[in-house]
Design a protein around this ligand. Structure first.
Ligand code: GLY
Length: 361
């Protein structure tokens, strides 16, 4: 099997395994890390019917037992009520600190399972088995776990690095096209943050952007993305410095998501946010001319928006309101990730009340 391993050298080092068919090897990989135990598999109503059997059979053939819990798919489930049901489920099934959890699904499953692992019995190990592109290239790596509160996304959470990440690239085949495109915003983000291999792949892309057309290069796309993510996480595990670079496109992107009541998904918001910040950067002299067009071309090729999506219209004032509450705001300051050119960004600290100058629609 053609697998690549990326080592994430955080306070607790772990390996991200990337390759086709890896879900069948979950048990074997886990057996190298912990003694046979009970694995609490947490998944959702979309993913469990597709992959739960494969994962539990793989665990069982390596000597593990498993119990499973699936909640209704969607961001609406990433809340206090679901985490409370998961805690009760783990307690009823007598999961102990010698056992572990396994997140089988996309970003919502990974975030909530990670938070369950960080909080149940004051912390038990967990592994990530991402099944969406967004989870594979972003949320499964780096140890951010969370649930949403009424006041906003990801407001209650913890840092807990997984024991390992097992990314079966074949899982992307069952992902609806919209979510393949959605996850690609984070991949292109890594290109603009400095990954030339990723930029080359998307510059050279000359076919419609579908799973069938990219499946042969998908392991490389995911591996390069994970390497970039790991690089930022290693430098700043607890998000106090360089990890902020990963927020490229996110400040305006989050505003768009919130103004649209989350009818615009994360990647689409981030794509629009990357284009708009490059547009403002050029106008304000921070960004090399041509960068905005370059970024728009890549986003257009894969079907991502380069501004407020066509069916929506927000005023600048509406977009400013969520950003003012952004949890990443440091007092009266806001850190923007500014493209300097097509493959380099810098952090720009501004006064929060200057932010309106950076929204040029
Ligand atoms: N998704 C951004 C981070 O992990 O820091």
């Amino acid at each position: 099997m053609n697998t690549t391993n990326v080592i994430v050298k955080t306070s607790k080092e772990y390996v991200v395994h990337v390759g086709p068919g890896l879900m069948n090897a979950c048990g074997k990989i886990l057996a190298k890390l912990i003694k046979p135990c009970k694995v609490g598999i947490i998944s959702d109503s979309n993913v469990a019917p597709l992959y739960l059997n494969t994962v539990s059979e793989s665990l069982s053939s390596a000597g593990f037992t498993s119990v499973s819990f699936a909640f209704p798919a969607g961001e609406e489930s990433k809340n206090v009520s679901t985490i409370s049901s998961i805690w009760e489920f783990l307690a009823e099934n007598e999961i102990t600190r010698s056992d572990c959890l396994l997140a089988l699904g996309g970003g919502v499953v990974g975030d909530i399972t990670g938070f369950a692992a960080a909080s149940f019995l004051r912390g038990i190990p967990f592994i990530q088995v991402p099944t969406s592109l967004l989870a594979a290239v972003d949320s499964s790596v780096g140890g951010k776990t969370a649930i949403d509160l009424k006041a906003g996304k990801n407001l209650a959470g913890a840092f807990l690095q997984p024991l390992t990440v097992i990314c079966d690239t074949n899982a992307i085949s069952t992902l609806p096209q919209k979510f393949l495109v959605d996850g690609t915003a984070e991949v292109i983000k890594y290109g603009i943050l400095g990954n030339k291999e990723i930029l080359k792949i998307y510059e050279d892309l000359s076919v419609p952007y579908t799973y069938e057309n990219i499946k042969d290069i998908l392991p490389e796309i995911i591996t390069e993305s994970v390497k970039m993510k790991a690089d930022f996480v290693i430098r700043d595990e607890f998000d106090n410095g360089d990890r902020k670079f990963l927020n490229l496109g996110h400040t305006i992107g989050h505003s768009i998501e919130q103004c649209a009541n989350f009818k615009v998904s994360h990647g689409y918001g981030v794509a629009a946010g990357m284009a708009l910040i490059a547009k403002a950067g050029e106008k304000l002299g921070h960004t090399e001319p041509g960068t905005y067009n370059y970024i728009c071309n890549l986003l257009n090729k894969v079907g991502l928006p380069t501004g407020i999506p066509d069916n929506l219209s927000f005023t600048k004032e509406e977009l400013l309101a969520p950003a003012a509450k952004d949890k990443k705001r440091n007092g009266k300051k806001l850190t923007l990730v500014m493209p300097e050119r097509k493959d380099k960004c810098s952090l720009l600290e501004i006064n929060a009340d200057e932010f309106s100058n950076y929204i040029i629609l």
